[in-house]
Design a binder for this molecule. Structure first.
Ligand SMILES: NC(=O)c1ccc[n+]([C@@H]2O[C@H](COP(=O)([O-])OP(=O)(O)OC[C@H]3O[C@@H](n4cnc5c(N)ncnc54)[C@H](OP(=O)(O)O)[C@@H]3O)[C@@H](O)[C@H]2O)c1
Length: 270
C-alpha cells in the first residue's frame, strides 16, 4: 500500500485526508504535518490519522502531498531538501508554484506533480487538473489521478495551462457563489423573503449543474429550451447582454489568469 503524508492539513489538506479515508485507504497508510498541537490532536481525533513532523513524514511516506499556502513554501522546502529521497513522489497542491521550483530545491530526479484542485474537494466534488514535472513518469501521474479521483474529478493538462485552470476551476466556485448571492439579492428586491429566495436559487443552481454534468447536453441548448418567444427568460437575457455580463465574465477570468501568472513569477526559476 502507498503511504501518503499530507504536509499542511488546512482546508484542502484535511479535505484530501477525509476523501482518501472515504475511498477506503487505511488511516495507517496516511499521516499529516501541522504547525499547532491543538490542530494535530483535533484531526487525529476526527480521522484516526497520526500527525508527524516533517522528517518523520519524509522517512515513512512514498508520496508527499504539499498543501501549505504558497507563501509558506520556502521554510518547508528548507526542511524537505536535505531529507527527500529522489524516489519519493512530491505532489504540490500549491496555487501558482511551478514544478521547477520543487525540482530546483529537491534532489535531482525527484518526481514532482503539480495539481490545481478547488474547494468542493471538501464534499468530494473537486475539479483537479494535474501536470507532471520533468521527472514525473506516467505511473506517477496515474497515482496522483487515483488519489485526487477520490475527492472529485481529475483532468491532465500541460503545466503551461495551469494559470488558466486556476482562473477557471480554481477560482470558479467563487464566481458561482457570487452569482447566487446576486440572484438572492434580486429575490429580495422582488419581495421574496431571503431564506425562500436562497432556497429557490440554490436548488435551481444544483438542478442546472446536475443537468449540465449528467445530461451531456450543450449549455446553449439547455438555455434555449427555457427561452420561449416573447417570454420571461429572453427579457432577462436581453438585460444580461445589455450589461455586458458575458464580456465581463471573459475579462474577469482573463484577469484571474494574469494574476495567477504574476504570483507564479515571484517563484520563477530557470
Ligand atoms: N482553498 C482553495 O480554494 C484552494 C484551491 C486550490 C488550491 N489551493 C492550494 O492549497 C494549498 C492549501 O490551501 P488551504 O486553503 O488549505 O490553506 P490553509 O487552510 O491555510 O492550509 C494550510 C495549512 O498548512 C499549515 N502549514 C503551513 N506551513 C506548514 C509547515 N511548514 N508544516 C506544517 N504545516 C504547515 C497551516 O498552518 P497555519 O494555519 O498555522 O498557518 C495550515 O493549517 C495552498 O497552496 C493553496 O494555493 C487552495
Amino acid at each position: 500500500m502507498t503511504t501518503i503524508a499530507v504536509l499542511g492539513a488546512g482546508k484542502i489538506g484535511e479535505a484530501l485526508l477525509s476523501g482518501l479515508l472515504k475511498a477506503g485507504r487505511s488511516p495507517d497508510d496516511l499521516m499529516f504535518t501541522e504547525r499547532y498541537p491543538e490542530r494535530c490532536a483535533e484531526l487525529t481525533k476526527r480521522y484516526g490519522v497520526r500527525s508527524v513532523d516533517v522528517p518523520a513524514a519524509v522517512k515513512a511516506a512514498d508520496v508527499l502531498v504539499v498543501a501549505v499556502k504558497p507563501q509558506d513554501i520556502e521554510p518547508l522546502l528548507d526542511e524537505l531538501a536535505p531529507r527527500v529521497e529522489p524516489d519519493t513522489l512530491v505532489v504540490s497542491l500549491c496555487a501558482g508554484l511551478p514544478t521547477k521550483l520543487f525540482e530546483r530545491r529537491l534532489p535531482e530526479g525527484t518526481p514532482v506533480v503539480r495539481v490545481m484542485p478547488n474547494t468542493p474537494m471538501v464534499i468530494g466534488e473537486a475539479m483537479s487538473a494535474v501536470s507532471g514535472g520533468r521527472h514525473a513518469e506516467p505511473h506517477h501521474l496515474a497515482l496522483v489521478e487515483e488519489l485526487l479521483g477520490s475527492v472529485g474529478r481529475v483532468v491532465r493538462v500541460p503545466e503551461s495551462q495551469q494559470d488558466a485552470v486556476t482562473a477557471l476551476s480554481g477560482s470558479g466556485p467563487a464566481y458561482f457563489f457570487y452569482l447566487v448571492e446576486a440572484m438572492i439579492d434580486a429575490g429580495i428586491l422582488l419581495g421574496i423573503p431571503r431564506a425562500v429566495a436562497a432556497d429557490l436559487i440554490i436548488q435551481s443552481a444544483v438542478g442546472a449543474a446536475t443537468m449540465l454534468r449528467d445530461g451531456g447536453v450543450h449549455p446553449v441548448t439547455l438555455r434555449e429550451a427555457v427561452t420561449s418567444p416573447a417570454g420571461t427568460t429572453i427579457m432577462a437575457i436581453r438585460e444580461l447582454e445589455r450589461h455586458g455580463v458575458r464580456a465581463a465574465l471573459i475579462e474577469a477570468i482573463e484577469a484571474a489568469r494574469d494574476r495567477s501568472a504574476e504570483l507564479g513569477r515571484a517563484h520563477e526559476v530557470d
